[in-house]
Design a protein around this ligand. Structure first.
Ligand code: BV8
Length: 256
């Protein structure tokens, strides 16, 4: 395996996708052929899908809430937590995953670019998104209790960035600032478990390269944007990440 050296001057930006949670038992998007109950995921995970069939969309997310909550973080999640512990503010993890496993593993310097399964928000009032682990029964359309107190009926929606929706500008600004601060320093961009299909996440490699970053992809197969990475290590992230990062081995990271 090519050697990734991370010393005490290296800044590391990590991007993860659904593949990092695969070894925890959470199905990936394209692994399921990009379908859910015969619907293209982009149709279910979209504002139009929610408008047209909100009960189906709530069933989609309720089932994923139920599925993900019995899954545990794997060695890949834990290796990234240890890397964060060692690098501190020279580390940032941006994830496309909404399953909450990075946070449960202990990641703190974390940007959940596409939101989180375990948060909901109101489609009408401006209350902030709130923790919601509820698995709603088939056909139930959860409504906002704050709006109900004001005599209004308003549906809740998952606090997820759907296809065709903008990502939170504050999240993008945080990633951008991290890359800018890494300019002139040694900057590594490491993507793991992502097919490189969904933007703007799939374009992060280009932003990192423009900032002079060394770019690495860890993936079970060649991703759509694999040609834009200098290094590609093929394999399961739960095994590759600990060894590539020298974590969990007897060789301390900094001395490699
Ligand atoms: C945006 C939340 C600007 C949902 C997700 C039309 C209008 C507007 C925008 C677009 C448009 N057409 C295209 C776009 C852009 C669009 C896009 O990129 N579409 C793609 C399909 C072409 N992007 C957007 O819409 C984004 N917003 O552009 O806003 C805008 C707005 C309005 C108008 C104009 C412009 C919003 C994107 C966010 C969508 N939400 N998630 C949910 O999760 O329910 S994306 C969804 O896909 C998940 O977050 C998922 O993580 C993500 C990406 O997939 P991956 O994570 O990469 O997962 P995948 O299954 O694909 O791949 C897994 C990989 O792991 C595989 O390669 C596999 O080999 C590998 N693997 C498997 N096991 C392992 C492994 N690797 C290592 N180890 C293993 N063990």
């Amino acid at each position: 395996m090519s050697q990734l050296t991370i010393d005490d001057a290296t800044h590391v930006l990590v991007l993860t996708g659904a593949g990092v949670s695969a070894e925890s038992g959470i199905p990936t998007f394209r692994g399921a052929g990009g379908l859910w109950e015969g619907y293209p995921i982009e149709d279910v995970a979209s504002p139009r899908g929610f408008r047209e069939h909100p009960a189906l969309v709530w069933r989609f997310y309720s089932q994923r809430r139920e599925g993900a909550r019995v899954c545990e973080p794997n060695a890949g999640h834990r290796a990234l937590v240890e890397l964060e512990r060692r690098l501190g503010d020279r580390f940032l993890l941006a994830t496309q995953n909404v399953d909450g496993l990075h946070r449960r593993a202990g990641s703190d310097r974390l940007v959940e670019m596409h939101g989180c399964l375990y948060r909901s928000r109101c489609t009408v009032c401006v209350r902030p998104a709130f923790d919601d682990h509820q698995v709603y029964a088939e056909g139930v359309l959860p409504s906002c209790d704050r709006c109900a107190e004001r005599g209004r009926s308003a549906m809740l929606r998952p606090d997820i960035v759907w296809f065709g929706e903008m990502l939170d500008p504050a999240d993008l600004a945080r990633i951008d600032a991290f890359v800018r601060n890494g300019r002139g320093e040694r900057l590594v961009f490491l993507a793991a478990g992502t097919s490189g299909v969904v933007y703007p996440a799939a374009g992060m490699v280009d932003m990192a390269r423009a900032a002079g970053a060394e770019t690495w992809l860890v993936n079970a197969e060649a991703a759509d944007n694999v040609s834009r990475f200098e290094h590609f290590v093929q394999g399961p992230s739960g095994r590759v990440l600990p060894s590539l990062l020298g974590i969990g081995l007897d060789v301390p990271l900094m001395l490699r």
